[in-house]
Design a protein around this ligand. Structure first.
Ligand SMILES: [Zn+2]
Length: 258
């Protein structure tokens, strides 16, 4: 039901209702999955892969998107089973990505252990390890759709979100519950709690991050890369502001027909 409602809002009456419309063409995104093995064992079973995408689809049903698992394939490669993605300038993730890209859809690799990560993404490929839940699959897919990570604190950021600050209309303008009743939100709930409940919360482990996709943008800590046009060098700039968190406004579908 919810999926149909979201689609109707986007295709039909979104503008009339005064909602912002996003660039994402709603609908079905094809997925090809690859289970990696080392000759002795496989990182996942086929049933686990189907279960992970069922979970990810419950998340994306909030915004009328369905991930259609078109194939579950197997590849044996010992090097890909356990590795630190950052080693040698992300060499292994680039190799994995080039193995099966260009399908016109999302490609998802299941490996045993990504040291230091639950999941990573590059272009239209995501790689998740055996400790990752459906939330990690959905989170990394969110990145493929162009969404950024949202944080409450980070050691590299100049400012963090104060831990006790309360939600207010300015912090979640599209999702604010009521003009008059601040009591809509439990007294103990903070803006940090709200950010931690989001799918794109970037600092949780696979089980304690959330699954919410907010309707509007959300006040949080986030960063973007800026490239120096002279030197090509990239700088991470952090912000504590209304982050581009709204799927409807900011997500894009890299697989949509032009
Ligand atoms: Zn992330």
């Amino acid at each position: 039901m919810r999926r149909s409602l979201s689609v109707a809002l986007l295709l039909g009456s979104a503008a009339a209702l005064g909602f912002a419309t996003g660039a994402f063409a709603q609908g079905v995104v094809k997925v090809d999955a690859w289970i990696v093995g080392d000759g002795t064992s496989w990182a996942r079973t086929d049933d686990e892969v189907h279960g992970l995408f069922e979970g990810a689809n419950r998340v994306f049903s909030q915004v009328g998107v369905h991930l259609d698992l078109a194939s579950v394939n197997h590849v044996t490669n010992q090097t890909w089973m356990v590795f630190n993605p950052e080693d040698q300038n992300w060499e292994i993730p680039y190799r994995i990505e080039s193995f099966a890209n260009g399908t016109g859809g999302l490609v998802c690799f299941f490996v045993h252990d990504l040291i230091g990560y639950f999941g990573i993404h590059h272009a239209e490929t995501i790689i998740v390890d055996s400790s990752a839940s459906f939330k990690t699959v959905a989170h990394e897919t969110g990145h493929v759709f162009g969404l950024c990570d949202l944080f409450t604190w980070n050691r590299n950021a100049p400012t963090n979100l104060p831990p006790d600050v309360r939600p207010c209309r300015a912090f979640l303008p599209g999702d604010w519950g009521s003009d008059t009743e601040e009591s809509y939100y439990p007294a103990a709930l903070t803006q940090s709690n709200l950010v931690e409940r989001l799918l794109m919360f970037g600092a949780g482990d696979s089980d304690d991050s959330g699954t919410d996709l907010p309707f509007g943008d959300i006040h949080a800590l986030w960063f973007e890369w800026t490239v120096d046009p002279q030197t090509g060098s990239k700088t991470q700039s952090w912000h504590l502001s209304l982050a581009p968190a709204s799927f409807l406004q900011h997500a894009t579908n890299p697989f949509a027909a032009p």
